[in-house]
Write a protein that binds this ligand. Sequence first.
Ligand code: ZN
Length: 168
Amino acid sequence: MPSSSKEPLYCEVCGARIAGRPYRAIVDGVEMILCASCYLKLTKSGRAVPVRERPRKASVSEKRRRTMRRTLELYDIVEDYYDRIKEAREAKGWTLKVLAEKLKISESLLRKIEAGKLKPPVDLARRMEKILKIKLLEPTELEEEEEENLPPGTLTLGDIVVVRRDEE
Ligand SMILES: [Zn+2]
């Protein structure tokens, strides 16, 4: 009585609908769902390596985390965000209180932001952009994937190239 048999499964090798239980195996380095006959054939010939445990949850959540991170880092707040906000607000003749109300945030939070003590989160910055008709968000360069394994420091991409060259 398999509990997850609502969706029909198809063998990823021969394409046949899997009637019984699906088998998992690594075929040519890729984890696949196989029908019984492909599973037997390929494991016998050594082309497939059986997967006994279920797919690791860690890898799924890790992927999700990475995707989330990438989305969050798509935009960056401009350096002089506080000046732009304050200038735009004053140009409109709005007090801190008025703008805070429009943004649905507290006046003290807005004051901190305008003082440059707090970077607004992306969603708030978007609302500010709309309400104040200013630009606060810049697309970030998507290079952090390369750099995330580096220790925090001041190495630039140029330095890394030089270091690698010296090692050879
Ligand atoms: Zn098959």
